[in-house]
Structure formats: C-alpha cells, structure tokens
Write a protein that binds this ligand. Structure first.
Ligand SMILES: *[C@@H]1O[C@H](CO)[C@@H](O)[C@H](O)[C@H]1NC(C)=O
Ligand SMILES: *[C@@H]1O[C@H](CO)[C@@H](O)[C@H](O)[C@H]1NC(C)=O
Ligand SMILES: *[C@@H]1O[C@H](CO)[C@@H](O)[C@H](O)[C@H]1NC(C)=O
Length: 708
C-alpha cells in the first residue's frame, strides 16, 4: 500500500532521494537519466521562473542540451551534488536571458566538455567553484555581450594551469577574473589573449610558480593584479603596463620585482617586503622629477586637459566601480589614466606603497656611506692578506708545532673568516651599488647572506675564544714558568679548541636554524629579535664576548703584576710589555664595542643606534681584531719573522737574512727541551723563564734574549 503510494507520488514530485532530496524544478523534465530544461518544457508552465536551482542532483552526466533555449530564466545554480561527473558539450546552450550561472560544491565533477557553455550573450556572472575539474573549463564559446563580466573559478584544487587562449571569446568587454584558491602551478603564454582584464585575482594559488612572460600578450589590462600568497618568484616583465594596483601580500617567494618601467601606471602597491617599496618609491620620485623638468620646459600644458571632461569620466565609471577598495576620486584618476596615459604627466598622485621601510631596512645601499665602500675593501684585503700570510708561514714552518703556534693558526683562520665575510659584503655592495633595494630580498634571503652571516659570527666568536685561550695560556705559562710539567700541552690545547669550535659552530648555526636570523639586515648579522629566543641568543652572544673580554683583561693584569714582581727576570722590559698589552686590550675593546652596542640595544629593544650608523661601527671597528691580530700576534714577532725568512729563502730570496736567523735558530720548543733535560738545578731559573717568553715573542725582553 505504502509502496504503491510512493510509486504514484514520486513521478509527480520528480524527486529522487539520495540522502538529501533533489527537487526537479517546475519548468524542467527530470528522469533517472537526465534533466531537461528547454523552451518547450518552460512554455508548459504559465508562470515564468527567473531562477533555476538544482541541488543534490543524483545524475552522473549533465547531458547535451540540458539547458537549451530557456527564455525567462536568468539564473542557473547547480550545487551540492556529489554525483555529477561530467557536463557535456552545449549543456548550457543558447540561453538568451541567462545572466548568472553558478556551479558549486560538486567535488566529483571532473569533465566540462568543450562548448559546454555555448552562446550566452547576457551572461555576466559565471562561477565554477569547488569542483574536481583537472582541465581548465572551456569558456571560449560564451560570447557574452555584457560589460563587467565577473568570472569566479575558485577552490578547484586539481586545476593546474591556465592554458593559452583560455578566455578568448568569453566576452569582448572588461572582465573581473577571480581565480583564487586553485591548484594552479602555471599560467601559460597568451593565457589572457584577446581579453580586457579589469581585475585579476590570483591570490592563494599556493603552488603558482610561473606566470609566463607572455601571459598577458594580446590582452588589455589588468588594472588590478593580486598575487598574494602565491609561490611566484617574479612577475612577467611585459604586460603589466596598465596595472594601477598591485597586491602581493605574503608572496614570500616574490623576491625580485619585474623591471620597474614595466609597471609604469602603478599607483598603489601592497607588497610583502619593505625594500621593494624602497625601490618603487625611489623610482617613482625619479620619474616625478623628470616629468617636472619636462613640464618646466613648457612641453606640456596641463591646465588644458584637466580636470578631464566630466562626460569622459562618467563613461568610465562602470569600469572604475569594479576596482574594489578604491575611493571614487582614485577611481576616476585610475580609469582616466588607463585611457589617457598622457594625463600621467600632470595629475599623477604619488605612488602609495606598503609596507614602508623599517628601522632594519633603511632605503640605502649596503655600505650606507661612500667612504665605507672604500674602507670595507681596504679592511677586507688587509684581513685576508694578513691572515693568509700567517697561515702560510705557520703551515710551512719547519719548527715543531708549539701550543702558541697552534692557537695562532686558529686565530688566523677565525680572522680569515671575518675577512671573507667582509669581502662578500663588499662584493655584493659593489654589484648592487645604487639599486640595492631591488636586490635586497634576493640577497638577504638567499644562501649568500646565510653564508656571510655564518662566517661573521663563527669567525668573530672563534677569534674571541682563541684570543682568550691564547691569553689564558700565556698567563698559565708565566705562573707555571718554573714547572714545566704543568704547562699546557698540545693535547690540552687541542681539546680546548675543539670545545671552542663546537661552541662557535653552534652559535653561528643557530640563526640558520631559526633562532634569530641573518636575513634581517643587509649586513647579514643576527639582528632579528622578534622572539624571546632570539633575544636570549643575542644576550648570549653579548655575554660570551663580554666574558671573553674580561678574561683577557684579567689575564693581562695578572701577567703584568707577575712581570713587575722584582723576583721576575724580565723586569727591565716592563714599560714595553705594558705598552703591548695596552694595545692588545685596546684593539679588543674597539672590537667589542660595536658588538656590545648592538647586543644591548637589541636585547632591550632600545634603538641606541640606527642601522645606518651602525654600519660605520660594523665596518670600521668590528673587523679591527681580524686586521690587527695577524700583526700583533704573529707578523711583528721575532719567531714569525724567522719562519717567514726561512720560507722566503726556500723560495730563493732573502738568503742572508734567513741564514742569520738559522744561526741563532732554535725553534723555541727544542730549546726548551734541551734546557729542561740538561739543567734541573735552581740556577737555570733565568734562562728558562726567558725560554717561555720566546714562545710568545712579543713579550720577550730583548736584552734577556741576547743574554741567552
Ligand atoms: C528576457 O526576460 C524578460 C523578462 O524578464 C522578457 O521580457 C524578455 O522577453 C526575455 N528575453 C527573451 C529573449 O526571451
Ligand atoms: C591570440 O588571439 C588572436 C585572436 O584574437 C589569434 O589570432 C592569435 O593566434 C592568438 N595568439 C596565440 C598565440 O594563440
Ligand atoms: C627643452 O625643449 C627644447 C626643445 O623644445 C630642447 O631643445 C631642450 O633641450 C629642452 N630642455 C630640457 C631641459 O629638457
């Protein structure tokens, strides 16, 4: 009974229940296999329906001529269907009054055949969203005559590219294209051929990497382009001449702007990186100047053609009103300029760009001042040559490797890192001179800056660590001058340096692993203090440096008092030693100062100094140790000069000098050994004390040396 009732009722209601019910619209005829809504089924009903809603369709195929020749219908909506897989060709055919078609939430829909949308002259709104299509739907036979066509193709995650001529024949009027949240990876050449684009929104296509250089070839516009949250690395250099507004928020891969002259109509930009705004604004103001000089020359008379004919403006209102987020005044300027580029010269409001440059990225070259550009070359060459010399001589030395020499190698290597860091900075500065802001992001987020930053922190910290170790070793040796067995051996020194390397490597690697970062400033130093962890890291660097400085000072004070002790053999050289120490401590302090400045200002987020001025400190003072260390600790010392002469003589010069040294020659360690094996009585006190001194020769009292 019930069943027969249902059998009777269901064909009447034409409903096929599949979880949720599908209601066949009155003006259609529905069966298990098809839905047909055409002029014949429409005319059966006296009442006209302007809206055709088809939810929960249980068919697999929307077949040819399903919607054909409808007269009264203005809107067709297909939504919430899990079974529709295919829309056949001419499914939407010849709908002369239809202005909106929307196909949404049909995840199984994978095929939209060619000419599926055929001859829809009144169409102004087409949405194909949240479907499973893998091929861009064919829109080329719509032939809409409406202005302000609005296209939505969104949330189609299987849609991977916009093919050539995708929109040709869609409409001959201006179009707003909302193509967001799709799976686009590429927009092919001539994709927009034959269209007039008003607004093109490509945001949130997270995999979109390439817009082909010629994608906009054959197209008008766009006037507004949004590529936010895409993976684009650059924009095409052609076809963006009419873009008034460019939005590229969170487009982190967009590190390079296209040639700025290709954006000549740009009025407003919302970008990801402040330095791009630097580039745009300086380019804009340069352009402004050239326009003004042109005007001064009387080549153009602005008063005549401005403010432009009210009628002209009005006729463009339809276009302008589609540019969202514009005030009407901007609209008019915008659309006017689009049509009358010659008005550019007179009434171009200044370019708006955000985000503006922040304190970390002032709009300037890497070397903010030109004297720094000279200084940085001088300093890096000095540091590299000095330290390479030291390394070369130490490695070729025939004398046995002593602890001081061993430490000296590490010091020279650390300082060499700083030299290389400066060389990298200087080279990039030279290459980007005058237009750094265009390359800033590429450099700062690239591998180069990471390597440079790593070298600077690693070199800086290893240098400080090694200096402290050298000083401690000296002090230790002096206090235990008379007890050879307690002197620092090479094994100990090695393990101390291994610890140093591990610590310094760790400190230099942290910014690469996300604790602070090197890409905040053009000098590639860790100045990022956004998180508490980064702040802690900076404070740690500060403490490390201050600690090392205090250790060095402390050791020198102890050495000095030890040497001043009347019992001590080298007393006559007091003044000299004191002077040497003063120089060492002073250079250390100079080197320390900038680091501390930053660390303190960074740690407490107080801008003690601007980034521009900080560069003076960084370039002139930070590398001071790296330049002076090879001289203070090696080149100016006797032992080193001896090694150097011997090396030179082996290459065939300075023979006589070398022989002089050879005669006196004792690699200090050999002397030590012979002495220690020969004499163990108290009388040999003085010579032995001198012996240790000769291993760090710059504290060697010369008179004593002679006596030996
Ligand atoms: C379009 O619809 C209007 C009513 O809204 C009607 O007057 C007109 O005749 C229709 N056009 C066609 C071509 O059927
Ligand atoms: C661009 O469109 C025009 C017609 O508007 C056509 O003749 C031309 O072949 C198209 N270009 C490409 C590369 O497809
Ligand atoms: C001004 O225009 C004249 C020609 O009209 C040209 O010869 C001259 O170089 C221009 N001067 C400037 C500063 O542009």
């Amino acid at each position: 009974m019930l069943r027969s009732f249902l059998l009777l009722v269901s064909p009447l209601l034409m409903s096929f229940c599949d979880g949720v019910c599908f209601m066949c619209p009155e003006i259609c005829r529905c069966s298990q296999k098809s839905i047909t809504c055409n002029s014949a089924t429409e005319s059966l009903k006296s009442r006209t329906h302007s809206r055709l809603v088809l939810n929960y369709i249980s068919l697999k195929i929307i077949s040819t001529h399903s919607f054909d020749g409808l007269k009264g219908v203005k809107r067709i909506e297909i939504a919430q269907s899990t079974s529709v897989e295919t829309i056949e060709k001419e499914a939407f055919n010849n709908l002369l009054n239809v202005s909106e078609i929307s196909i949404q939430n049909t995840r199984s829909l994978v095929h939209i055949h060619k000419w599926a949308f055929n001859h829809l002259p009144k169409l102004r709104y087409l949405s194909i969203s949240n479907t499973g299509i893998g091929v861009f739907p064919d829109l080329t036979s719509i032939f809409s005559l409406e202005s302000d066509f609005i296209l939505y193709i969104c949330d189609n995650l299987n849609l991977h590219s916009v093919p050539t001529n995708a929109f040709i024949g869609m409409t001959s009027e201006f179009t707003t294209m909302n193509l967001f949240n799709n799976g686009f990876q590429e927009i092919e050449s001539h994709a927009f051929n034959g269209t007039k684009i008003d607004k093109l929104v490509l945001k949130n296509n997270k995999d979109l990497r390439v817009i082909h250089e010629d994608a906009f070839k054959g197209a008008f516009g766009p006037t507004m382009l949004d590529v936010s949250s895409t993976a684009l690395e650059t924009l095409p250099s052609r076809g963006l001449e009419s873009v008034l507004m460019l939005v590229a928020r969170s487009a982190f891969a967009l590190k390079r702007l296209p040639p700025l002259n290709g954006l000549k109509s740009l009025r407003e930009a919302q970008l990801t990186y402040p330095s791009h705004c630097c580039a745009l604004l300086s380019w804009d103001s340069n352009r402004e100047e050239s326009v003004i000089t042109a005007l001064r020359n009387g080549s153009s008379n602005c008063a005549d053609n401005s403010p432009a004919n009210p009628s002209d403006v009005a006729s463009d209102d339809s276009l302008a009103s589609d540019i969202d987020g514009y005030t009407s005044a901007e609209d008019k300027f915008g659309s006017m300029d689009f049509y009358y580029p010659e008005l550019d010269l007179c009434h171009r409001p200044a370019l708006q760009c955000s985000p503006e440059a922040d304190a970390f990225n002032p709009c300037e070259d890497i070397a903010g001042f030109s004297f720094l550009r000279v200084a940085i070359w001088f300093i890096n060459v000095l540091a590299i040559v000095g330290n390479l010399t030291v390394l070369l001589v130490l490695f070729t030395s025939r004398c046995k490797l002593t602890v001081p020499k061993f430490l000296m190698c590490h010091l020279a290597f650390a300082d060499l890192c700083i030299g290389v860091y400066l060389l990298m900075i200087a080279t990039v500065d030279l290459m980007t001179r005058g237009h750094y802001s265009q390359h800033a992001i590429e450099w700062q987020t690239g591998a180069g800056c990471g390597i440079a930053g790593f070298l600077s922190v690693f070199g800086g910290e290893l240098s400080v660590y090694t200096l402290s170790t050298i000083t401690v070793e000296r002090w230790h040796t002096i206090t235990h001058a008379l007890r050879l067995e307690r002197r620092l051996g090479l094994r100990h020194a090695s393990s101390i340096m291994v610890v140093g390397w591990v610590v310094c490597l760790g400190m230099a690697l942290l910014p690469l692993m996300g604790v602070s970062s090197y890409n905040k400033v053009s000098m590639c130093l860790p100045m990022d203090i956004e998180t508490p962890l980064s702040q802690a890291y900076i404070i740690l660097l500060l403490l490390f440096n201050v600690g090392a400085f205090l250790v060095i000072c402390g050791c020198y004070v102890r050495i000095y008092t030890a040497v001043r002790n009347p019992e001590f053999p080298g007393r006559t050289a007091d003044a000299k030693i004191a002077k040497r120490m003063a120089v060492l401590i002073f250079t250390d302090f100079l080197c320390m100062a900038p680091i501390s400045f930053f660390a303190i200002s960074a740690a407490f987020k107080v801008p003690l100094i601007t980034v521009t001025n900080s560069k003076i400190l960084l370039v002139l003072f930070y590398p001071i140790n790296s330049c002076t260390n090879p001289f203070l600790y090696a080149i100016f010392t006797r032992a080193f000069r001896k090694d150097a002469y011997i090396l030179l003589s082996s290459m065939g010069c300075c023979e006589s000098k070398a022989n002089l040294y050879r005669m006196k020659t004792y690699c200090s360690e050999n002397v030590t050994r012979s002495k220690s094996s020969s004499g163990s009585n108290g009388n040999s006190k003085a010579p032995r004390a001198v012996v240790w001194m000769s291993s760090f020769p710059h504290v060697t009292p010369r008179s004593q040396m002679q006596r030996v």
